[in-house]
Design a protein around this ligand. Structure first.
Ligand SMILES: C[S@@+](CC[C@H](N)C(=O)[O-])C[C@H]1O[C@@H](n2cnc3c(N)ncnc32)[C@H](O)[C@@H]1O
Length: 304
């Protein structure tokens, strides 16, 4: 049994709804709730494209303003979060608590992470029984507690594809992953030949999880609990797949850590957010090298 706190964004104006969702997601992350599930209603995962499909909105708009859910085994925890949300955001959001009497949400979560193959890798949940296809490198990831960073989300897949196609020619010696989640990129970068690996996370649980995933894979990485990355040495490549308000805030600290000629991969935002974010990066001296898009999510490579 669990309790679903379903949060919907209610402004009649789409731009306001998108902004509300971004602020709520950033706030949830700031209080350590990264186990946010998008597009879940009454414990059942909805196709994001089905959400409000009768409104004439584009897929990007539906995605950007879709409901989010958080699951807790204690009703008291859900109620407390509901109260804090109400204090913080008032009428901007609507939140309801539903009791989920079966394990549908956990099933959703587990089923959303099944093994998949990329050009070079076979990425699977920890302990997966399937045999690794010939010629692929096996990477097992524990995504305990719904941690983000398994490859089931379009942004993660876009970055994985970018890493495996570009790293052989970019040949970075050092990589920093800001908001490392499960630590998946650090493990892939190790297999792609990067020797110095580091990550930051704001969630203590995720620091432990990423460290455990790296240890299990035999990967040495310096993973730190931090809301702003601070290291004494610079990095050839920095990856940041985080909500766009956080990317804006972290841009100066990230740019300060880029080595001369270094690259920054940013993802986790939709079309309309690209312009302001790129403008901010350019203000800090970066230039756009490439822009790709997957399911409406952008992935931008910037260079010093
Ligand atoms: C969208 S997930 C990305 C996870 C993984 N890197 C991936 O791309 O699949 C964003 C992660 O950033 C973390 N995060 C949010 N704000 C952060 C900050 N200021 N510094 C470091 N990590 C942060 C969250 O806890 C979350 O795990």
């Amino acid at each position: 049994m669990a309790f679903e706190l379903l949060i919907t964004f209610v402004s009649p104006d789409m731009a306001d709804r998108v902004r509300s969702k971004e602020r709520v997601m950033a706030w949830l992350e700031s209080i350590g709730r990264t186990d946010i599930v998008e597009g879940v209603i009454d414990g059942v995962e909805t196709e994001l494209t089905d959400v409000e499909s009768d409104t004439g909105l584009t897929t990007d708009e539906r995605l950007a303003a879709s409901p989010v859910a958080l699951f807790d085994e204690s009703e008291g925890v859900s109620r407390e979060l509901w109260r804090e949300l109400h204090n913080e955001f008032g009428a901007e959001v609507r939140a309801n608590i539903h009791e989920i009497t079966d394990d549908s949400w956990q099933r959703c979560w587990r089923e959303s992470f099944t093994e998949f193959r990329t050009g070079k890798f076979f990425i699977a949940p920890l302990g997966d029984a399937l045999t690794t296809p010939d010629g692929l490198i096996r990477v097992e990831i524990d995504a305990a507690g719904g941690a983000f960073g398994t490859g089931q989300h379009a942004t993660t897949r876009a970055i994985i594809e970018m890493l495996e196609t570009k790293l052989p020619s970019w040949s970075p010696k050092s990589v920093l992953d800001v908001g490392t989640g499960t630590g998946i990129y650090l493990i892939l970068c190790h297999h792609l030949g990067v020797s110095r690996l580091a990550g930051t996370e704001i969630s203590e649980d995720l620091v432990e999880l990423a460290q455990a995933n790296c240890d299990a894979a035999g990967v040495t990485a310096d993973i730190r609990l931090a809301d702003t990355p601070e290291f004494t040495e610079s990095f050839d490549l920095i990856i940041a797949n985080i909500l766009v308000p956080v990317l804006h805030d972290l841009m100066p600290a990230i740019v300060a850590l880029l080595a001369s000629g270094g690259r920054l991969i940013v993802a986790g935002f939709v079309d309309k957010e690209e312009g302001p974010l790129v403008a901010k990066a350019q203000k800090h001296g970066l230039q756009v090298e490439s822009v790709t898009s997957e399911n409406g999510w952008k992935c931008v490579v910037l260079r010093v």
